[in-house]
Design a binder for this molecule. Structure first.
Ligand code: HEM
Length: 507
């Protein structure tokens, strides 16, 4: 009774309040707001074309989270090699095909080498370090320092990789005939970066390190999934509760780990005798503080350089190696041919060395083809325009987010004979010698090109040939075929699989 009295009173009230003129006003207001929203997703004159964007959402939701690079490449067939999409109100320019990507990143390097301000990322990195830093003096100094530290330790790196290979081989020998190699490979690869940066490796059964690697992988997954997309479109979400807060909690746990190690280094270092990258950085900080010129060597940059090398250097290389083993199971005759070459050139009495690459064109071609097909960063990493630019007839304002779509380069129909097929022949000439086509750009190009390219190449070659020399890999389930489709995510990784391992007799 009370309830019905209440509701009829409310009806009466609303009919008094919302008179026809008021409801007309509301309709006008809603239309006006919708028009405003609609205007926000209208491309300015001269801006690259693209699919119609909806008010509020833009093109959000119309792009799949699985194989986003391929979806963008398909859109380029309709809208051209330079087109745009909207995520919410924010336009993103997408570059497609080798020519457009090279033209922007290399020929127009100054204009295209900035990084965008993405609140959810800036909250974690403060735009310090290398990976997410703007294209400025600080980025240049930090990058130069990291590159020279990696280069100085070339012999050291080879030793560390060989040491780690021995641990990995031992683990594979003991692990039984069928395993999921994901974690062991991730740990082995990460140990190389850890040796460079922290001065030591972590055992494969170290539970804290295992947990940190899990957080790292989880954050990459969250960033590249729908949660990450939502945070980009609605930056204010970062202060609200929700599943995205996990990104920040994971990032905090990882930073605590880097920070602890930096503190230990401060207490145990001997000035001028660096044991690793952190010691070398602390030396540099002291030297630069005596210098009058503006120095960017600071606590904030140190922790972010450490984080960038750890984050960028682990998943990418580990994922490539997982693809390599999967492709070897899927193509046993290619595996056989690699093993024959490895046996002929290296034999069993010594370990593989980088100098062997010159006499192993087939294996090197297979590794390159794995990298091309694996395409582990399918849309590269976000760039931004550092100034207004006219590019290929389009007007792109300063600060626009730019995606160099690496999928469209690595699978470019104008540059690869069979772009979607695993074919080591892409990297061999008629005489069976190794050749590298221009469109092989898994590390991107220009001033922002991956600074770990040489290290990654060393790791992939030495891990791959060492494993192939000692083991034969086979698909353990006779009822099914290896699945070469990627799992969901911005970094293109294989779906988890079981690896069949058989020891090869010594040659
Ligand atoms: C197979 C392995 C790897 C692949 C495919 C790869 C690929 C890439 C790509 C596509 C970029 C973005 C370049 C751009 O913005 O245009 C990048 C950036 C970067 N990579 Fe790698 N990477 C790999 C391994 C590594 C390793 C081992 C390290 C270091 C230990 C590393 C450190 C970095 C850093 C610091 C950047 C940021 C460069 C900058 O902004 O100036 N990467 N990488």
């Amino acid at each position: 009774m009370a309830a019905s009295l209440g509701s009829s009173a409310l009806d009466a009230l609303s009919s008094t309040l919302i008179s026809p003129s008021l409801s007309t006003c509301l309709v006008f207001l809603a239309t006006f707001l919708l028009l405003l929203e609609w205007r926000k997703v209208q491309r300015p004159r001269g801006f690259p074309p693209g699919p119609t964007a909806l008010p509020l959402l833009g093109n959000l939701g119309s792009l799949p989270t699985q194989e986003p690079g391929m979806a963008l490449y398909k859109l380029s067939k309709e809208y051209g090699e330079v087109f745009s999409i909207y995520l919410g109100h924010t336009p993103w320019v997408v570059l497609n095909g080798y020519e457009a990507v090279w033209d922007a990143l290399v020929q127009h390097a100054k204009e295209f080498s900035d990084r965008p301000v993405i609140p959810v990322i800036s909250k974690v990195t403060q735009r310090l370090g290398i990976l997410t830093a703007p294209y400025d003096h600080s980025w240049k100094q930090q990058r130069r320092f990291a590159v020279s530290t990696l280069r100085n330790g070339n012999t050291f790196l080879k030793e560390k990789i060989s040491e780690e290979v021995a641990f990995l081989l031992q683990t594979f020998r003991e692990s039984g005939r069928v395993v999921d190699p994901t974690f062991t490979i991730q740990n082995a690869v990460s140990n190389i970066v850890c040796s460079i940066v922290f001065g030591h490796r972590f055992d494969y059964d170290d539970s804290r390190f295992r947990h940190l690697l899990h957080l790292l992988a989880e954050n990459l997954r969250l960033f590249s999934g729908w949660i990450g997309q939502l945070c980009m479109v609605m930056p204010w979400l970062e202060n609200c509760p929700g599943p995205h807060q996990r990104i920040f909690r994971n990032a905090d746990a990882l930073r605590d780990f880097y920070d602890e190690s930096i503190q230990v280094h401060r207490q145990t270092r001997v000035e001028g005798q660096p044991r690793d990258l952190i010691d070398a950085y602390l030396d540099e900080m002291e030297q630069e503080s005596q210098d009058q010129s503006a120095s960017s060597f600071s606590d904030g940059n140190l922790i972010n350089v450490v984080s960038d090398l750890f984050v960028a250097g682990t998943e990418t290389t580990a994922t490539t190696l997982r693809w390599a083993l999967l492709y070897m199971m899927a193509y046993p005759s290619i595996q056989d041919r690699c093993q024959r070459e490895i046996d002929d050139v290296i034999g069993s009495s010594r370990a593989p060395a980088m100098s062997d690459t010159a006499s192993m064109p087939y294996t090197v071609a297979v590794i390159h083809e794995v990298q091309r097909m694996a395409n582990v960063l399918p849309t590269g990493f976000m760039h931004a325009t550092a100034s207004d630019v006219i590019f290929r007839g389009y007007r792109i304002p300063k600060g626009t987010i730019v995606i160099p779509n690496l999928t469209s380069v690595l699978y470019d129909e104008n540059h690869w004979k069979t772009p979607l097929e695993f074919n080591p022949g892409h990297f061999l000439n008629d005489a069976g010698q190794f050749v590298k086509p221009d469109a092989f750009l898994p590390f991107s190009a220009g001033p922002r090109v991956c600074l770990g390219e040489n290290l990654a190449k060393m790791e992939i070659f030495l891990f791959f040939t060492s494993l192939m020399r000692r083991f034969q890999f086979y698909w353990p389930d006779p009822e099914s075929q290896p699945c070469l489709a990627a799992a969901i995510g911005a970094s293109r990784s294989p779906q988890s699989y079981q690896l069949g391992i058989r020891q090869r007799p010594d040659k």
